[in-house]
Write a protein that binds this ligand. Structure first.
Ligand code: URA
Length: 239
């Protein structure tokens, strides 16, 4: 499920006009007087496009100075992957206010799922990770109620037809770790996909924990509920 927001690319005249609640003719004048600067350079082109991370000033006063943020969290079960929820605590509630205020979630985990969750305010980055054509692999450790058999491996690989969406799931890798535990790798994220796939075998999922997204692994030093910023190499690994 895609939860990231649209990229906030916009023309500078639209941005200034909305931000200061003035009309575009006045913005044009400001531009002509070289009072507006983007990333330190005075500009006079009203059609120049900025994004959410462009540094924008008017007469040297900062109007926008967002910094991209990238976090990984060890999501606990029982906490919702959403920015707001009436009933449950959200993953944003686990962060301090200043950190969490402008973040969105890159690929939800179900309420009772745990493990690697990415959060960012960079919508271009999150879109890259979630774009189906990029086939970023997500790996999950799954604990089942009943024992596994080799029949699961081929069924997951061949794909399963979901009538509700009228789709057949893409080849998924299933590795048996022990009688009741499997590692499953998906390159897509259909609604409750793993639970529904095991549902075909009438085998309920008892626990589902995301281990990795692409080459990015959940940091084993993160306690349940903890998060940390990604290093720049980690950001470029997946985005
Ligand atoms: N599949 C599920 O059923 N739940 C998740 O949280 C992720 C994948």
């Amino acid at each position: 499920m895609i939860t990231e927001r649209r990229s906030k690319r916009t023309r500078i005249d639209r941005f200034i006009s909305a931000h200061l609640e003035i009309n575009r003719r006045d913005v044009k004048l400001m531009l002509a007087q070289k009072r507006i600067a983007i990333n330190g350079i005075a500009i006079n082109d009203s059609q120049q496009v900025i994004d959410e991370f462009s540094h924008v000033t008017l007469d040297g006063q900062v109007l926008q100075a967002n910094k991209p943020k990238y976090l990984m969290m060890n999501k606990p079960a029982g906490v919702v992957s959403a920015t707001k929820d009436e009933q449950h605590r959200t993953v944003i509630d686990l962060l301090d206010k200043a950190t969490g205020s402008d973040l969105h979630i890159v690929g939800r985990l179900d309420l009772n799922s745990s493990g690697l969750l990415l959060l960012t305010n960079d919508s271009r980055w999150s879109r890259k990770i979630m774009a189906p054509e990029n086939k970023v692999e997500k790996r999950y450790r799954v604990t089942l109620e009943k024992p596994l058999s080799d029949a699961y491996i081929s069924a997951f690989y061949e794909g399963m037809y979901f009538a509700y969406e009228d789709i057949t799931t893409k080849p998924a890798k299933l590795e048996i770790v022990s009688d009741y535990v499997a590692d499953v790798s998906l390159t897509e994220g259909r609604y409750h996909q793993i639970k529904r796939m095991f549902g075909r075998f009438r085998n309920p999922v008892l626990a589902l924990h995301r281990l990795s997204i692409g080459p990015l692994l959940l940091d084993p030093r993160l306690a349940v509920g903890e998060s940390r910023e990604l290093q720049s190499e980690e950001v470029s690994l997946v985005g």
